[in-house]
Design a protein around this ligand. Structure first.
Ligand code: 5RP
Length: 218
């Protein structure tokens, strides 16, 4: 698919393949979720004999890794990871991200936190000056959906329940529209305090370290 940003699918593939440059021999690789990461997993299969295995952020990525014969390890036994590769829904000039379009944000945030280096792989349509055009996903404990939604309205957002979606952790997603997120670190901290919030799809306190737009590091 092409738009004002060029051939999106081609850029996703280029980014997924270019991320291999950051995978060192013997590494346990943290693996994100999404269509861009799917290209990375396909590329990783080509070098599977020189890595120790992968820690996955979703059932979807686990299935694809296993299909390729890549060993999937439990994070508890893997120790600190050298690298985490994942996509994003939006990326600002400070490498702060919105993630969670694929509802995998909680495990993604955990695996990112365990990794020394986070390489984010995107196409040019994901680049923004200020985060918030993409609705901000928030994973909530199901019984807290209305409570959290009321708090979001007080903060000026428009919460929309992603009805029918259950995360890998058995929780629900609220997508918040209408926020121009000038200070993502502060908003991430504030939303993390709300009772019932499991994970906020802002990756600002721990942003990416490297961003690849197609095969170009920015
Ligand atoms: C999943 C995510 C994905 O990284 C994000 O949605 C980008 O996906 P894609 O590579 O398919 O555009 O955060 O929870």
């Amino acid at each position: 698919m092409s738009n004002a940003h060029g051939d999106i699918a081609a850029q996703k593939r280029q980014a997924g393949e270019a991320a291999l440059r950051y995978v060192e021999d013997g590494a346990i690789v943290g693996v994100g979720t999404g269509s861009t990461v799917a290209f990375f997993i396909d590329a990783l299969a080509g070098v599977k004999d020189r890595i120790k295995g992968a820690v996955s952020s979703s059932e979807q990525s686990t299935a694809q890794l296993k299909k390729h014969g890549i060993e999937v390890l439990d994070l508890n036994g893997a120790g600190p990871l050298a690298i985490y590769i994942d996509g994003a829904d939006e990326c600002d000039p400070h490498k702060r991200l919105i993630k969670g379009g694929g509802a995998a944000l909680t495990r993604e945030k955990i695996v990112a936190a365990a990794a020394a280096k986070f390489v984010c792989i995107i196409d040019a349509s994901k680049q923004v000056d200020v985060l918030g055009r993409f609705p901000l996903p928030i994973e909530v404990i199901p019984m807290a959906r209305s409570l959290v939604s009321r708090e979001i309205v007080k903060l000026g957002g428009q919460p929309v329940w992603r009805d029918g979606v259950v995360t890998d952790n058995g929780n629900w997603i609220i997508d918040v529209h209408g926020w121009r997120i000038a200070d993502p670190v502060a908003l991430e901290r504030e939303l993390n305090q709300l009772a019932g919030v499991v994970t906020v799809g802002l990756f600002a306190q721990r942003p990416a370290d490297v961003v690849l737009v197609g095969d170009r590091e920015v």
